[in-house]
Design a protein around this ligand. Structure first.
Ligand code: GLY
Length: 401
């Protein structure tokens, strides 16, 4: 989510990789400002349609439907909508968007004052209050983030070395899911903005423990790892939302790529960067030609299996950042070009346009539970918009064509 992405003076010339694949010819021209305008119009339409009941927040639009399904602040996705509104404010500088973003950010206030229900506090509170603070400097937003970072830290088990993800879910121990890497950003931020310094240590320890226990020899991630909460020993690795325990669930790998890239940004520790390269490699090498993953890389019905546009958007955004940290010129170009190809593919073939008011279609939420399959989902929109905001900031797109 970081909005302080550094300019890296990217220059893209060669387009042929070692495997002989050439991407440039596949990339349609992407006009970032036109796409940001598209996002603004769709966001305005969504805003106008939300019931003004003090609680409804858009979450997803089922395939073939026009209207959002709404959730309240307790849902794990509640931070993405205010975050989307903050992004629109950032790119337009029009105060009316800050007013709207503030309204939905405030819906989440109870999360900043109660004990932790689960690890999703980072997704919820950092994408709303955190982004809002970085754009407005409002003291109460910062205080909300600092309070919530302390709350999130209560889920840390020092014996295990991770934050627990789902205290309510009985896997027979202390469970940690790969998605949890994303929530570390709030701990790092808090530790650097007046919060307790121990938050930094907790975030680093969580990342180290995850690096050690959450990956198969090919660097694909397990979804859930269960630890003995007393001895700290790993008990088992299973899936909740993937096809099987050993398969590569697309969004889980995307969270890992984004998460470890962010941890490198926050720590400067090269072991996290090296690891981010490894977990990115297995994802990129197994993608279909259009670079939009099937919901699980091992889904048995590929190519008929549903895609997951959300995983593509998360990964594209992560690659834009990972490229800025990559010294190897060939690898850097590969990341830049593949990120561009993912974003242009999402733009050309996954936008909702007249189907509904979301930004994108064709994401998969929870396939094993038959939930949100081939849907528009708010977190796909959030990371797609983040890609466009990052591209606009990097200002190298024009040089690409
Ligand atoms: N964090 C839950 C999901 O990615 O579906």
């Amino acid at each position: 989510m970081n909005i302080r992405l550094q300019l890296s003076g990217l220059l893209l010339l060669a387009v042929t990789y070692t495997n002989g694949q050439t991407l440039k010819k596949d990339i349609v021209k992407l006009d970032v400002l036109t796409q940001l305008e598209y996002c603004k119009v769709h966001t305005a339409n969504s805003l106008a349609a939300i019931p003004n009941d003090g609680k409804s927040i858009p979450r997803s639009v089922p395939a073939g439907n026009k209207d959002w399904n709404y959730v309240d602040y307790k849902d794990w996705t509640s931070g993405f909508w205010p975050g989307q509104l903050w992004f629109i404010y950032e790119t337009t500088n029009d105060k009316k968007w800050a007013v709207a973003a503030d309204k939905y950010t405030q819906y989440l206030l109870p999360l900043t004052k109660t004990k932790a229900a689960d690890h999703d506090l980072g997704f919820q509170v950092f994408n709303s209050f955190g982004v809002g603070y970085q754009l407005t400097g409002k003291k109460e937003y910062k205080e909300a983030v600092l309070r919530t970072a302390d709350t999130l830290a209560t889920l840390f088990n020092p014996k295990v070395g991770t934050l627990q993800s789902w205290p309510h879910n009985d896997y027979g121990g202390h469970n940690t899911i790969i998605d949890n890497m994303m929530n570390l950003e709030m701990l790092f931020w808090a530790s650097k903005h007046g919060g307790d310094k121990k938050l930094y240590k907790i975030a680093v320890k969580h990342a180290e423990t995850t690096m050690q226990n959450h990956f198969k020899p090919d660097y694909s991630a397990y979804h859930v790892v269960v630890y003995d909460s007393v001895t700290g020993k790993k008990i088992k690795a299973v899936t909740a939302q993937g096809y099987s325990d050993e398969s590569m669930w697309a969004r889980g790998q995307a969270w890992a790529i984004y998460g470890f890239t962010m941890v490198y940004r926050e720590t400067g520790d090269r072991k996290f960067l090296d690891f981010a390269h490894k977990i990115t490699r297995v994802y990129l090498d197994r993608l279909p030609a259009d670079l939009i993953p099937y919901w699980d890389f091992n889904a048995p019905d590929i190519p008929a299996a549903p895609r997951d546009a959300s995983a593509a958007a998360i990964t594209a955004s992560a690659l834009l950042e990972l490229a800025t940290f990559t010294r190897d010129r060939t690898l850097k170009r590969e990341y830049e070009e593949k990120a561009m190809k993912m974003i242009t593919e999402l733009t050309a073939h996954y936008q909702s346009r007249y189907a509904n008011n979301a930004l994108l279609m064709h994401s998969t939420g929870h396939k094993p539970a038959n939930g949100e399959i081939d849907s528009s989902i708010i977190y796909a929109d959030y990371y797609y918009l983040e890609c466009l905001v990052r591209l606009e900031k990097l200002r190298w797109v024009k040089r690409f064509f």
